[in-house]
Design a protein around this ligand. Structure first.
Ligand SMILES: [Fe+2]
Ligand SMILES: [Fe+2]
Length: 233
């Protein structure tokens, strides 16, 4: 009996050649490529709000372009064509809010969206993915995740240094944008599970990166709890 039933435990890697895997990967891979591309654009845009930081931000942006190329190679390696139209739609609500913030010179919102929420989202997804990725993608993702911590750190440092002035804006903007992250996680849940990425684990990893980051910025436990509640209400 035991010999007849293949072990399908969660720790086992998925079949990277299965059509179902490739189908789900065409959307997940596209999300990652689009996310890296938008991250590049966002860091360049943030540089227009703090000209004295433009060079440092361009450096971060260029890392994102490198990530984009790496993940494009991951799709090619599996023979998958990324569904870019899907990914553009996936990011639209967050992109619109970022652009609105940019138009209004709202640096706090721009940094919260890109350098905290998107980076924490990327870090959590990449961490979970590393455990179930094909060997080629695993190596690339391990390199990328280290860079994303630098980017998260960049946003944290600015918000920390300016917390007196930006706390209210930060809390307000979080109320609007954190629920979008949650809905993005929900939209991707089905495809992620085909890749053996567990939704609960994704959510947990995200909340850890996000809450650690708020602690680092200097918010207290009550403020962090209030901010995190925006994800469940
Ligand atoms: Fe990146
Ligand atoms: Fe990044």
């Amino acid at each position: 009996m035991l010999l007849d039933s293949p072990d399908s435990s969660f720790s086992e890697l998925p079949d990277f050649t299965a059509e179902s895997y490739k189908d789900a990967y065409s959307r997940i891979n596209a999300i990652v490529i689009e996310g890296e591309k938008e991250a590049y654009n966002n860091y360049i845009s943030i540089g227009t709000l703090i000209p004295e930081e433009a060079q440092a931000l361009e450096k971060l942006g260029k890392m994102e372009l490198k990530h984009m190329k790496g993940f494009t190679a991951c799709g090619k390696n599996l023979g998958v064509t990324p569904d870019m139209a899907f990914a553009e739609k996936f990011f639209a609500p967050l992109r619109e809010n970022f652009d609105k913030g940019l138009d209004q010179g709202d640096l706090t919102s721009c940094l919260l969206i890109q350098a905290i929420l998107i980076e924490a989202f990327a870090i959590s997804a990449y961490h979970v993915y590393i455990g179930v990725a094909d060997p080629f993608a695993k190596k690339i993702t391990e390199g990328v995740v280290q860079d994303e911590y630098l980017h998260l750190n960049y946003g944290q440092e600015w918000l920390k240094a300016n917390l007196d002035k930006c706390k209210e804006e930060l809390i307000q903007s979080n109320k609007i944008n954190l629920p979008i992250i949650r809905s993005m996680l929900e939209q991707v849940e089905g495809d992620a599970s085909v890749l053996k990425m567990d939704k609960e684990e994704l959510m947990e990893e995200f909340m850890i990166a996000y809450q650690d980051s708020l602690t680092e910025i200097g918010l207290d436990n009550r403020e962090i709890a209030r901010m995190a509640l925006a994800a469940v209400i």
